[in-house]
Each structure stands twice: as C-alpha cells, then as structure tokens.
Design a protein around this ligand. Sequence first.
Ligand code: PFF
Length: 440
Amino acid sequence: MGSDSGQPRGQWNSGTGFILAAAGSAVGLGNIWKFPYITGENGGGAFVGVYLLCILLVGVPVMIAEILLGRATRSSPVRAFQVQTPRSPWIGVGMIGVLAAFLLMSYYSTVAGWALHYTYLSVTNSIHGAGAEQVQGMFESLTSSPLVGVVWQVVFIVITVLLAVAGVSKGIERCGLVMMPGLFVLLVILLGKAMTMPGWGDGFDFIFGMRFDNLTAAGVLEALGHSFFTLSLGMGAMITYGSYLRRKDDLVSASLATAATDTVVALVASMVVFPIVFTFGLEPGAGPGLLFVTLPTALAQMTGGAVLSVVFFVMLVFGAVTSGIAMVEVIAAFMIDDFGMGRRKACLIGGAGVTLCGIPATVSAIWFGRVDYLVSNWLLPLGGLGIALYVAWKMDRALRRNDFGSGSALAKGYGIWLWGLKFPVPVCIGLVFLHAVGLI
Ligand code: PFF
C-alpha cells in the first residue's frame, strides 16, 4: 500500500531484518547505561527478578499490540488511529507518541553524544592511565562546556537522520543487520574479560542474588516503567516498525525474540559493568555517572583497558544509533503519512527540529531533567496505556484477530494475550502512571 505522499510504503526485506531492527530500537542506552545503574540503585537481584516479570507480563503483550496495530493499519502512529476511528479523541494517543519520540530524541542525543565523545577519547587513548580525579574531571568538563557536548550531539543526530533518509530496508534494516551482530560480538568480548576478573563473583552475586529487603514499592514501579522504555513502547516506534512488516511474518514470535534479545543484552551488560566496578572497589550505586565516571575510572587502571574502552564505547554507540533511528523514523513517518511529505524532507525537518529542541538539554541539566521527567513519567505511560486500551477494547475485532494469527506459529495464544491486554496490563501501567505523577 502506498502512503499519501505517493511514494511506495517501505517494507522490511526479511523477518530477521525486522527482528534486528526492532531489537536495535529496543537495545540502546536503556540497556547498557540505565539498566545497570538503576539495578545498582535498587540493590540488584530482587529488582532484576521483578524487571523480568514486567517484561514478560506487561512489556511483551503491549509490544505485540503496537506491532499489530501498525501492521493491520499499515500506518504510522497518528494515522493508525485515524484509519479506524477517524476524528475521535484516540488520535491523541498517536500524537502523544510522536511528541514523546521528538522530546526523547532531543535528550537521548545528549547522552548518545557523550558516548561518541568517550569513543573519541578511547580511540585517542586519552582515558587509559588517568587517575580517578582526572576521569571525574573529564566528565565534568564535558557536561559543563556545552560546545563539545553540542557538537557530539549534532553528529549523532546527523548520523541517525542520514540512515533514516536511506529508507526502511536500505537504511534502518541494513543498519540493524550490521550493528546488532556487531554489538553482540563486542559484548561477548567484554563478557569474556569480565569473567576472568577478581570481581566476577561479587558482580554476579550483586545482579542475581535475591535480596528482597532492598526492594521497595518505588523500585517495583521503576522496573515496570523501565520495561516500557527499554522495549521502546508507548511512543509508536513499534507501531511504525510494524507498519513495514509483511503479513506472512510472525509478529508474535518476533516480539518474543525482540524482548528476549533486549533482556539478554541488559543482563550481560550488567555482568560486564559490575564485575569491573567491584574489581576496583568502586561504588555500584553511582547513578547516571556509573558508565561515564565509575566504569572509565576502572578501565583506566586495567591491563588492556585502552582496547576494552574502545570496545565498550563503540558498543554503546551502536546501541544508541539503532535506537535513535527509531525515534527519527516515528517523527518522519508521521510527516510522510499525515502531511504527504517526501522521506528526505521529513527526516531533515525532523532532525532540524530535534536539534533545536535538543541543544538546551545538553546545555542545561535542569532542562534535561524536566524533559526526561515529562517523557518518562507522563508521555510514555500515557501513550502505552492508550495503545493497550485501544487495541484491547476499541480496535475492530476481526482485524485484530486476523492480524494476530497472520503468519504466526503462536496463533493459539490469542485469547490469553487479549485477556492480559484488557485487564492486568492497563492496571499495571495505570499504577506506574499514578506513582510517577506522585498520586500514589
Ligand atoms: N529502547 C531504547 C533504549 O533502551 O535505549 C530507548 C527508545 C528507543 C525508546 C526508541 C523509544 C524508542 F522509540
């Protein structure tokens, strides 16, 4: 089916291409940066257990719903709601998604820019041999001298925009086919090294040891909220990617494979970070600085640290790029479908807009915090709730059932999936939302 702009609608070339693109969107800073540091802050093991349950019981059903809505309507997030319920308030759910993608990209690119900067520092061998204070100083000078941060941020946005301009199969799919296996290889190299380190046992125990007394209600809700962020849910990324999926492909198995890949990467990334941190007697609960201060401090002292830090930060960049493209694609697909724009123009305008809104996030930590609060606490849970409710209660039943079964080896799971989407899933997302906005 074509889009309103008269261009043929893009399509994934293969089921594997789709899974790697979807996994590319899911695997990113959320897995390698955020997951280890929130696990560190919440005391490890029990938090990880709750997180796994959230992925399986809430994340996977919503991911299936998003991909299904996109494929059934062959539309980007806003038009997906227009197709079946024109001029209804449901369109607002799609709008929230596009707004969330735009705002998220505006500050995701800040952190991705840091990853690029650290890659540069690693390649030029500027981290190895530095003392703890020097490493701390590197991060402080990066965050306090906006120009360097902004330059790297813009480099990141340009890379993702150019890949999105190249199109669904030639840009996004190819990028996933190259960068995701690349990321897995780099991760395995790092895991191999971590396993030989004296802190391996302590690091492993920290991640998998069940210490329920460290788990708070806030930690449970944080696990649930993060399962949304890490699977790229609630902002129409999976609706958009689903809209390029062929009817013969199995979306249920693809969702499970995507969620499994995302989870394995998050766990393995933690199994790399914590043993290194423990080997050097550093603090595992250092928060956002875990990857940009604590880890480089350890890498700077390690034998082979010069090479390992290149490996680590290139891996982080791969994850960030494949996720950033998904955000650019949500914005571009909206402009292509709803305003009849050409792909190149839509990507360039989207990229320019993101850059303008993104610079304040790099320059001001306060702005960064506010936008992050708005996106993570309001827009994502609202978008996720809206999509779950729409697909469960409002979408045409025949269309929903047919699309779920189309190409699926797991079509028998329809009833249980729908039940989950109707009752427990909205209740769980509702709780995250109420907690995040301070009402419970
Ligand atoms: N899932 C990505 C991560 O964990 O870093 C973040 C993300 C990417 C969210 C793309 C939403 C999205 F559309």
